[in-house]
Design a protein around this ligand. Structure first.
Ligand code: SAH
Ligand code: SF4
Ligand code: F3S
Length: 473
């Protein structure tokens, strides 16, 4: 742990914070004495959503209960994303707002910056935003209790950005507190692919897989709390490999089939996959495992082989196209989703046309598309022939017009079909319920509240670009 310049060593010590956080028994004492409030704001991808939930699990035994606004919070944690410039800058503007709130209303509030901006710019955050008491990377949040004890005791600042990716999983509480009926479960962390545009290998560290037994224990704990759907997550989730209970090497396909055996878990998803790691065992599982939802997120980024090479994606458009054909053969009802970047350095009009052609040939049910954002320290940042901002904007618009037309057409094609919907809660209108279809669209329909948490059949009667309307069967 690196300690940074304490601001005021003589500041009064918080009497409610245990001076030594050694074991769970100390911690329970403090909980019964005082319940503090923590507000966690999550930016970025599903990995961060998972991490935020786990931070809440780590903080519960030392008396912190989660709240929905920073207004009365004793601790604010920003769980940040570094993927594009805008995402990273948001953190500093949010810190400005928090500073005003702290100065005016809550001078003893503690502020932590976690996640990928913390990992990438730890020292810089401390310098730019002195309001921040703690900086912790994505692999160190299990140390939050120690860090909180330290800053409340000594009123200094703490920076924790060690990189041992799997260590945290050995220290997180065994049980998860489920929120709702669908949950993310991290099975793989980090990335060794080093796409030339991307910060993830630097913020999350090397690619590692969690042991099967640990994953199964977590999935069981979720099932025991009425979770019906689990999304297995990782930056390269289909690179998952670990030793199975039978001693053989398991990939994601085997893991999915094993998790499907857990009673109560009726739906399984996984994200995000890389085209290079899509092996035959997984494609077979996609075809055969009924609990696996027919929706696959498989980013290609660009349709131009020249750009794919410059991005270090290590696959061609043809490889991707063949994969999709194989997957569709295995599971004909599958819907595809993808990620696209426009305006990568060196991308010409002709390269961009290849991306449009790719979208037309493949056909996507949903998608995420971005303008290339220069990330300091990545190889792309120093490449020649950066594309001007106005060209990027124009290309993004053209691409999104096409992708959204496909998305709308896909949703419309579901009208008249009966889909299974996991009911997550109520809708905005009286008597209305809200849930997710197998293809992840939000679906609204009328029905009694006791269906919340159940999987029901809904016949689709109308469809917009982003959501579906239906009738309970
Ligand atoms: N591991 C996942 C992606 C993680 S990042 C994968 O390989 O597919 C999510 C998406 O953000 C990426 O797929 C990419 O489309 C986008 N992205 C990453 N870095 C970016 C950058 N520098 N500029 C714009 N978009 C970026
Ligand atoms: Fe980033 Fe590429 Fe790794 Fe995905 S595979 S996280 S895009 S470096
Ligand atoms: Fe962002 Fe980190 Fe996820 S950079 S996209 S929060 S892995």
């Amino acid at each position: 742990m690196t300690r940074l310049s304490p601001r005021d060593k003589n500041a009064p010590r918080d009497v409610d914070t245990p001076s030594i956080i050694a074991g769970k028994s100390d911690v329970t004492l403090s909980q019964s004495k005082n319940t503090k409030k923590v507000f966690i704001k999550t930016y970025g991808c599903q990995m961060n959503v998972y991490d935020s939930e786990r931070m809440a699990d780590v903080l519960a035994p030392i008396g912190y209960a989660p709240v929905d606004t920073p207004d009365h919070a004793d601790l604010v944690i920003l769980n940040t994303c570094h993927i594009r410039e805008k995402a990273a800058e948001k953190v500093y503007s949010e810190l400005g707002r928090i500073r005003q709130h702290k100065d005016r209303n809550k001078p003893d509030m503690k502020v932590a910056v976690a996640g990928c901006v913390a990992q990438a710019e730890g020292q810089e955050i401390m310098r730019r935003a002195p309001i921040v008491d703690m900086v912790l990377g994505p692999q160190t949040y299990h140390k939050l209790p120690e860090m909180i004890a330290k800053v409340t005791r000594e009123a200094g600042e703490v920076l924790e950005t060690d990189f041992d990716t799997l260590e945290k999983f050995d220290h997180l509480p065994e049980t998860r507190t489920a929120k709702g009926f669908s949950a993310f479960l991290t099975i793989q962390e980090g990335c060794d692919k080093f796409c030339t545009f991307c910060v993830v290998p630097y913020t999350r560290g090397a690619e590692v897989s969690r042991p099967v037994a640990q994953i199964v224990a977590e999935a069981r704990s979720l099932a025991a709390q009425n979770v019906r759907e689990i999304t297995l997550i990782g930056q390269n989730v289909n690179a998952y490999h670990a030793q199975g209970p039978d001693g053989s090497e398991w990939g994601l396909g085997e893991l999915i089939r094993h998790i499907a055996l857990i009673g109560g878990i009726d739906r399984i998803r996984f994200t995000t996959s890389h085209p290079r790691d899509m092996d035959d065992a997984l494609i077979e599982t996609i075809g055969k495992e009924p609990k696996l939802m027919p929706y696959l997120h498989l980013p290609i980024q660009s349709g131009s082989n020249k750009i794919l090479r410059a991005m270090n994606r290590d696959h061609s458009y043809e490889h991707y196209k063949n994969l999709i054909a194989k997957i569709r053969k295995s599971r004909p009802d599958i819907a595809l989703s993808g990620d696209f970047i426009v305006g990568f350095p060196g991308e010409t009009d002709a390269d961009f046309e290849q991306t449009l052609k790719c979208v037309e040939e493949i056909g996507y049910g949903s998608s995420f598309s971005f303008k290339y954002s220069i990330r300091p320290g990545t190889p792309g940042a120093s490449m020649h022939r950066q594309v001007p901002e106005d060209v990027k904007s124009e290309r993004l618009k053209r691409l999104q017009d096409l992708l959204y037309t496909q998305q709308f057409a896909f949703n419309q094609s579901l009208i008249g079909r009966t889909l299974s919907v996991l009911v997550e809660g109520t809708g905005r209108e009286d008597g209305q319920l809200f849930g997710r279809s197998p293809y992840l669209q939000g679906t609204h329909f009328n029905g009694p509240k006791d269906l919340i948490g159940q999987i029901v059949d809904v016949t689709i009667t109308d469809a917009g670009k982003n959501s579906l309307i239906g009738k309970l069967e």
